[in-house]
Design a protein around this ligand. Structure first.
Ligand code: ZN
Length: 428
């Protein structure tokens, strides 16, 4: 199997939550010589090298600082979060003899896709150890939860009109209620972490499908997995910057940056989102740390470019009329450049041309996407980051179907193609 595809499968499997995605990315980057830089330390006299800056455990910036003072930044942005069901802070309750947990819908999830799946819990917990709190990643691997669908005999219209009330119909069952041994999320987490239930003082947990990613299709041309939007693009960015750093091709005029943000699916407005001060602050501190003046930093920004990488809609054969007739990307035919005149995508003619030239030089085909004019278009981190930083940006992504489903699909050739183009961007 293509090594990029194999590594993507491993990345998807290891990353059921944004916290795990940041841990997976950190492991890969650490292996490529990147080391952690803390925002609370002084960055004065910052040396050339490879750095990682994490915020909140769900957003991450990887940096390659060149030996000479940088002329600008080459930035690849992506997001670590995906729509899903998340547990409420006091989740446990019983009803009609079942143990259940209360959930909230995170982002624009396709709710029906969460029904009748073998689900489990992952995220992080705050635990009390020797009087001090620490945060630990949690992942229960057994399928312990299920959002059970109502039988068709009790809802004869369901195939024409499935209505799911978010409060009433999505609560997963965690087993049968028992007075002798009541089900408790804190106890499950404690058992997983090997601590007392009383030591679990807080948690941020979400449901995930225990079925792992798989290569499918008659000719092994399809990729079936949860969270392709947007872990596939996080993986492409991380792989490209790690490979560029290893090859030494990043020791040029530009600082190389991969920024992975949380909270894209809910609008990016948070301390960890693309709309925060996180990335502008990191970039400015890199410039100041390298001895650039504020004037020098602003000039560097003016010479910078950004690729916002987020998955794109491939044409769906059962719904071709939902697509703009002359902009129908296909799986395994390369990265997609996204354009929208309402600036739901940040692409301009010149940034599209820049990306097309990178594809050409990497011998990779390029496709084009525009939304149907009579449908509201989704957005991504590109317009937000470019507005905040004032950096010309191109919005791109690999083509996929079933976006925001609990189990999405894409092509097996596209991951390596996008990774190659992002590698060219860093080397340019
Ligand atoms: Zn996305």
């Amino acid at each position: 199997m293509d090594p990029v595809l194999q590594d993507l499968l491993d990345f998807l499997e290891a990353s059921p939550t944004p916290m795990h995605a940041v841990a997976s990315a950190t492991a890969r980057l650490t292996g490529a010589g990147f080391r952690a830089l803390s925002e609370t330390d002084s960055w004065e006299g910052l040396e050339a090298g490879r750095y990682l800056v994490s915020i909140g455990g769900t957003s991450l910036v990887a940096l390659v600082v060149p030996s000479k003072k940088h002329d600008g930044f080459r930035i690849v942005g992506a997001h670590t979060d995906s729509p899903n069901l998340r547990l409420k802070p006091r989740p446990d309750y019983t009803k009609e003899g079942y143990a259940q947990v209360g959930v909230e819908v995170y982002g624009g999830a396709l709710l029906n896709s969460w029904l009748d799946r073998d689900l489990s819990l992952a995220g992080r917990a705050t635990v009390l150890v020797d009087g001090a709190t620490e945060t630990r990643l949690v992942r229960i691997r057994r399928p312990i939860a299920r959002v059970a669908q109502l039988a068709i005999h009790l809802d004869r219209d369901v195939n024409d009109k499935l209505a799911l009330n978010r409060q009433e119909h999505l609560a997963p069952l965690l087993g049968l209620a028992s007075e002798a041994a009541p089900v408790s999320v804190a106890a499950l987490v404690a058992a997983e972490l090997g601590v007392d239930a009383a030591a679990v003082v807080g948690h941020e947990l979400m449901l995930y499908d225990t079925l792992g990613p798989a290569v499918g299709g008659a000719g092994a041309e399809l990729l079936f997995s949860a969270r392709l939007d947007n872990l596939a693009m996080c993986h492409a960015g991380v792989t490209a910057i790690a490979e560029a750093a290893r090859a030494g091709s990043t020791d040029g005029d530009f600082a190389q940056v991969v920024a992975l943000f949380d909270h894209e699916e809910i609008g990016s407005e948070s301390v960890y989102g693309a709309h925060s001060a996180f990335l502008p602050r990191v970039l400015e501190r890199v410039s100041l740390g390298r001895g650039l003046s504020r004037e020098g930093h602003l000039r560097a920004l003016a010479r910078s470019a950004c690729v916002s990488a987020d998955m794109a809609h491939a044409v769906h054969p059962n719904y071709p009329d939902r697509h703009e007739p002359r902009h129908k990307p296909r799986l395994n035919e390369g990265p997609v450049v996204k354009v929208n005149s309402q600036q739901r995508y940040a692409t301009s003619a010149s940034t599209a041309a820049m990306f097309a030239a990178l594809c050409k030089s990497a011998d990779v085909p390029v496709q084009h996407y525009a939304h149907r004019t009579d449908l509201p278009c989704g957005s991504t981190i590109g317009p937000i980051a470019s507005t905040l930083l004032g950096i010309p940006t191109v919005d791109v992504g690999n083509p996929m179907l079933s976006m925001h489903s609990a189990r999405e699909m894409a092509g097996t050739l596209d991951p390596a193609l996008m990774t190659r183009v992002l590698g060219r961007f860093f080397a340019a």
